[in-house]
Structure formats: C-alpha cells, structure tokens
Write a protein that binds this ligand. Sequence first.
Ligand SMILES: [Zn+2]
Length: 585
Amino acid sequence: MKTTWNLGLLYKSHDDPQIEKDMKAVERAYAAFEKKYRTDRGYLKSETKLVEALRDYESLFNDPAPAKGYMYFSFIQDLDASDSVARAKRTQILERLQKNDNRTVFFELALAKIPAAAQKKLLKSKRLAPFRYFLKNVFERAKHDLSEPEEKILGLKRIPAYEQWVVGTEKLLNRLTIDLGDKKLPIFEALSKVHDSPLKERRELHEKCMKALESISEVAESEINAIVGDKKIGDELRGFKEPYDQTILGYQNDRKSVLALVDAVTDSFGISHRFYELKAKLLKLPSLEYSDRAVGIGENLREVPFEEAVATLRRVFGSVDERYLSILDGYLEKGQIDVYPRVGKTGGAYCSGNIGMPTYVLLNYTKAFDQVMTFAHEMGHAIHTEMSKPLMPLYQHYSTSTAEVASTLFESFVFESVFETLSDEEKVVALHKRINDDIQTIFRQIACFNFEADLHRAIREKGEISKDEIRSLMNEHMSAYLGPAVRMKDIDGNFFVQWSHIRRFFYVYSYAFGQLISKALYAEYKKDKGFLGKINRFLSAGGTDSPENIFKSIGIDVTKPDFWKKGLRSIEKDIERLEKLTKNR
Ligand SMILES: [Zn+2]
C-alpha cells in the first residue's frame, strides 16, 4: 500500500523530455484541426462531414491529453508549494494551452450559428446520435449568445464590472483581524474558530467578527449592488428571465426540477426547526444564537488510524460491489492517494480526474473520525470517474450537480456500516454531526438561494438597496430555516459581507440537489439490494445526458416535488433516531 502519490504515472521528472514531446503533439493536433475546419465550413452543410469533424474534435481531448503536463506540475505544487520551478513550468504550459483553446473556439461558435430548423433536423439524425446531447447543449447555450461585437464588449467589461469589485472586498477582508487575547487572528480563521470554542468564548468571538464585518459593510454594499446590477444587465441582454436561469442552464439542469427542490425544502423548514430545538436541549441551553448553529455536542469521537480506515472502506466497498473494492485497491497499490498532511502541502481534500490520464485523490488524513467520511467521499468521486472512463471523451465529464450525488452516496454506504460498530455515546455524537451536516448542506443552502432570489429581485426593482436592507433580508432568510430555537440579532446579518457563495450567483442549490438524490438512491438500495444495478448505471453515465434524464432512466423523477419530500423525510427520521437515543438526557 502506498500513502504518497506516484506522479511517475504521468511523467518521470520535471525535465522528462516526454512533457515537451506531448505538448508539441497536442499543439500540432490543434493546429491541424484549425487548418482543416476554420475556413472550409462544409461540415455545416453535410452530415457526413459533420460526423468526421466531431470525431476529430473529440480526439483532441485525449490523444495525448492536453492538460497532462499542466496537471503534473499542479500536483507537484499541491504537494510542495515551495517548488517554484514547477510553478513556473505550470504557468508556461497554461499559456500554451490557452493559445491552443483559442484555435478551436470557432468550432462550437460555428455550430451554434446553424439555423434553428437545420439544428432540429441534426438532433434527429441517426448518424449523429452519439453526438446528440453534445450538440443539444451547444444549441441551447447559443440561444443566449449575442453578436460577436456585443460578446466582446461584455467580455471586456467583466473584470471592471464584476471581478475587481469582488477582489476589492476580498482585499479588505484579508486585512481584517480580530483581537483574541494577545493575538490578532485573520477574520476567516476567527470565523472558523467560532464553532469549536466553548459557549462564552464563541459568542464573544462571533460578536467581534460581526462588528469587524460591519466596519467594511459599506464597501460590500456597493460591491453587491454593482455585481447584481451588472448581472441584471447581462440577463436582460441574453434573454434570461429569472436571475437563477443562467446558473441552471450552466449545470445542465432543468428549471422545473430545481424549483421543485427549492419549494420542497422551503416547505419543510419545520424539519430543521426541530433539529435546532433538539440541539438546544442537548447543549442544555434555553435558546441558541446564530454562533451556536454548527457547534458539536459531546467529546470528539475516537481516533481512526489510516490503516483502519482502509480496512473499513475495503470491507464496505467489497460488500456492496467488488468493482468498487478493486478500484480502491488499485489506487492504493499504484500510489494515486496522497494521505497525510505535510508542511507545504495544500489543505483540504479533493479528487482530480481528467480525460486520458490517471485520477489522483488528495487527503489530509488526521485520525479524526470524519476523515473516514472524507476518504469515502473522495473515493465516491474517484469511482464515478473510473466508471465513466469507457465513455467517449465528450461525455466523460459529469455535471457539478451529479458529482456530489456519487460522493455523498459512498459516504452513506460507509456511515451506516461504521455507525453500527459505535458505542451509544459515540453514536449520539456521530449522528448529531451527520444531521448537522445535512441541515447545512440542504436547508442552509436553499435558505441562501431564497435570500439571493430576493436580493436580486429587490435590486432589480429598486435600482439599489442599502446595507441595512441586505442585512435584514439575510436575517429573515436565516431565521426561516433556523426556526424559533435560534434567536438572531441584527448584527448577525453582516455575515453577507464575507459569504463568498452569494458572489457565485445561485450555485448553492447544487449542494442540496446532490445530497438529496444521493439519499434517495441509498434508501432504494437499502430497501432492495437489486437497485445496485441502477446505481451503477448512474455511476457509468458520466455526462451523457442531463442529470434529470440520467436519474429518470433509473426510475427517479426529480421534477416531482414528492421525490424531494421523500429525501427530506429521511433526515427527519435521523432526527427521530437522535431524539430516541437522547431521550433520557
Ligand atoms: Zn465532493
């Protein structure tokens, strides 16, 4: 078993001559594609020529993989931030890749310009069937494209109208510090410390953080008004009706299913109210404050060495499907998982899968119990990636909103199996933590979606709104999901100043979307082990169709509110389980 990455699966060293050979081959392939198709647009008129062009286009992605050298140096960087040679080489490659991409941008633009009637015919063609979903996406996106000069202007003003505003607030945030004893903590460190501190300290620390945020809230007020106003202009020009439509299209989702999700979760805020009432009881507090919402109960769970985590995952994966086990074993054998934290190694955990090259998983494994779940989560992404590899290159990438279905499904497999082995006290702590995470992933994110929708509407109607209005809007929506057990103070609304999610307009729904579908898949599997075949069909479907259609093909209709209600009911059941386990406290 290897616990460090073997990047030799990509290249031998920084100076491996193969890196330059591959880059040259990629550049030749892109140049040849441009030469063949930029001026001779016969493929816009002949189906035979279009099939050939699409085959040529997709072969650009894996033969050799354009991003291989870039990823190689990125991985080296992630293991050792001080490797400046790798950083320089990565930047050089990135510049070359951007030039490459510019050579082929014309192709999708040309396809998008095919007249609507001809597009319809192409989508029905038998010969083009393998490319149907790809073409459908290109055509859908094109409906919202503007003329070339207009696109150019919008592209040019993106930086002053959006990015420089967001970066400006970030700069102020990064300079903001909180006095704690004789230390000065950066604001983000202080905010993350709140949930791990004892009652008195966390409430004081939270108050200090909110005051510090208030001190720069005037800038954030201008920033939010500017970027939301800029989005309004773009949406009007591009013909997006609602402020969330562009995001939904980008994730290849269906508006009906996303709105059904938002409605179902909003209607079920009572479930999260019930959780916070129970949490107040378990913390022995008459009521909670905003700073208490994510705090844990009881002692941390026992330590789990990595060898034990591996044994657990091997046992669970093996009992579900031998294929999962053999993927895990292969990763451990070949050195595709980098396990432990080290000085200079990047934080957090991820799985990085790319077309035409091996997938790598990065962990920062300390022996804390939730690290086992993180390991299971990243392996879920890895298994999804491996099982989608036999697909044609155009479809190996999956949508953001299906990615989290796979990862959290594998968390469920492992959680349920480990849970049974815990002592009663450990069960209480683990179950509380799991529900707490579900509430944050589902209810909090949808409350944020509702907040964003109101924020955008208010700015669209009134032209601009004040920081006090933004603050009270935020409090209103946070209160809606937290319920009567949590008393909000005016000052809490300053949270908006630093909430980065709201600057990535409406993407928060994708968390709730993934988490609830994965709960439904797990519930089906628990009822009937034969459902595994359908789970595997989803895991091998990559991005061959929209998330809605992929799930529909295995009997799950996410456009119906009832579907979402079922998933929410499973969280309620977990709360009932926790109530039972703690009824004598
Ligand atoms: Zn993930």
